[in-house]
Design a protein around this ligand. Structure first.
Ligand code: BGC
Length: 517
């Protein structure tokens, strides 16, 4: 059910009094503490004075705390159903959490060497890199980044791949020549890894049918298509001196790159615009690919695509009305249910919806013009990070954010309240992430001996306390033993990881090991 929005403002009455208007149109039974006030005379300013509004905010805070807090018991239940979902995805094809076999076999040796090109179509940017692997876990990366526009994300799929190929051409051209770092012999081709971080069903390492777009992408004529083939078409169009060696997910690349430098790594996660995880599985434990006749003693990376957990049925996750509203107004209602509670694309919007509701209820920003904060997606998740990290007693950072972005003045009580809500939303995201990690840890039996989890993405890297809250969540799920599991900042998966995978694949195929896959 979408939240109603009307906003607020002030009027000058004929008698010269200032009237602050706050309108809401939706009665909400689920908010027992909500106070409905349709108009307030500014002469009654005592209503807005500290005592009254603090008490009201406290009531709301209590309600929101109940809504956003996950008890250890609830976390254990989610972890259990998560684990069953993962196992189901390994057993049967076409499950909601697809548990995608990636055809990346086993861990890198650390000795992989050579020059590789990598292109990464992420949620926000397109990145092109040249990776020079030096062996012994060492490497050098040269890269360029191109920002993707919202229009490009919705434009024809082939056009998007043409843009990728064109950017690659610009990169190759500007790094070639006498002073450049690229020296190709006539006819020589460089191996290229394509990091395409959307769920793709793979038959082999250089193939991938896009199951569905995520992270707000909606380019038509791409879902259900082999994106490796589409990209190859664009590469041919621009006559690029490259061989598309591997199509990989960012989590797969992150797992391999993190293991290259830290061999304790067993799991990799991305917590950025989207969220997902990959881990190494025994081929014998992936029943759905039994027909391929792969040696059961081998291991293969599984791209879980766990952002889809609890999609459509919504049986396991605690979705608030704000989450439901975001889902329903997204370009993919029902999908990526887990991701929508966790990833950077959505957290800012959750806070914004809470704020809008409290403006309607006459709790926040009384008498001010709130139109700027009423715009969908106006509050970026990066602002939540800043709000949580504000070190000053007066919360000066929050004053700055609200006046700069939304032309709103805030009282100290409002700022403390806003920060407390940001904290609830950020903490819930981290604790749900812990449930996902816990499901893999439990399934693979990593608790006793422990393991490292390589993590990347803006939330993990920039959101204050995110890593600590994951750790705290793991302890709530497993008890003190969870301290054996630790997350760490991952190596660059889509650049370095992609290059290592290209090197591993070439070596595997040259050795004739399942060379057709
Ligand atoms: C995609 C995954 C990706 C994750 C992190 C999700 O939306 O479905 O493939 O790994 O975002 O980028």
């Amino acid at each position: 059910m979408p939240l109603s929005r009307r906003g607020s403002g002030t009027l000058l009455t004929p008698t010269g009094q200032h009237l602050a208007m706050h309108t809401r149109t939706q009665d909400d039974e689920s908010l027992p503490h909500a106070t409905k006030r349709r108009a307030h005379f500014a002469t009654d300013l005592w209503l807005h004075s500290a005592k009254w509004s603090i008490r009201t905010m406290t009531d709301h805070l209590r309600r929101l705390e109940t809504l956003f807090t996950l008890t250890p018991q609830r976390m254990r239940m989610i972890t259990q159903s998560f684990r069953e979902t993962l196992e189901n995805g390994l057993e049967k094809v076409d499950q909601v959490v697809p548990m995608i076999p990636t055809f990346v076999f086993g861990w890198p040796s650390g000795q992989e060497q050579g020059d590789y090109l990598a292109i990464d179509l992420g949620g926000t940017n397109l990145r092109v890199c040249l990776v020079h692997l030096q062996g012994k876990g060492k490497f050098e990366v040269t890269q360029s980044k191109y920002r993707l526009s919202e229009e490009q994300k919705q434009d024809e799929g082939q056009k998007l791949f043409d843009f990728c190929a064109e950017s690659l051409k610009t990169f190759i051209d500007s790094n070639s020549g006498e002073d450049g770092i690229l020296h190709l012999e006539p006819g020589e081709k460089l191996p290229l890894g394509f990091t395409f971080s959307y769920p793709c069903k793979q038959n082999s390492i250089d193939h991938g049918i896009l199951i569905r777009w995520t992270k707000g992408f909606g380019a038509p004529n791409t879902e259900g298509e082999n994106v490796a083939e589409m990209f190859q078409k664009s590469l041919d169009k621009f006559e690029l001196p490259v061989t598309l060696t591997a199509l990989i997910n960012d989590t797969t690349g992150t797992l391999i790159a993190s293991h290259y430098v830290n061999p304790h790594t067993r799991i990799a996660c991305i917590f950025g615009t989207g969220c997902n995880a990959a881990y190494m599985e025994h081929v014998k434990d992936i029943p759905k690919i039994k027909d391929l006749g792969i040696d059961g003693g081998m291991d293969m990376v599984i791209n879980c695509e766990w952002g889809a957990f609890d999609s459509f049925e919504h049986e396991h996750l605690p979705r608030s009305k704000y989450d439901i509203s975001i889902d329903e107004s997204s370009n993919k209602p029902g999908e990526q249910a887990f991701e929508k509670l966790i990833s950077g694309r959505y957290l800012g919007e959750i806070l914004r919806l809470v704020i809008c509701e409290l403006i309607d209820d006459g709790i926040l920003f009384l008498g001010q013009n709130t139109y700027k904060v009423e715009v969908t997606n106006a509050l970026d998740t990066a602002l939540l990070s800043l709000m949580e990290s504000d070190p000053t007693e007066e919360l000066l950072m929050i004053i700055g954010i609200f006046s700069h972005f939304f032309a709103l003045e805030t009282t100290l009580a409002e700022r403390q309240f806003l920060r407390a809500i940001a904290r609830l939303i950020g903490r819930r995201a981290a604790r749900l992430s812990a449930c996902g990690i816990g499901a893999i840890v439990g399934k693979m039996g990593y608790l006793e001996n422990g393991c490292a989890v390589g993590c990347d993405g803006s939330l993990y890297n920039k959101y204050p306390g995110f890593a600590g809250r994951i750790q705290e969540g793991l302890v709530d799920i497993f008890g003190e033993k969870a301290r054996n599991i630790y997350t760490h900042h991952a190596e660059d998966g889509s650049g370095v990881g992609s290059a290592i995978i290209a090197a591993m694949t070439k070596a595997r195929k040259d050795a004739g090991i399942h060379a057709h896959l």
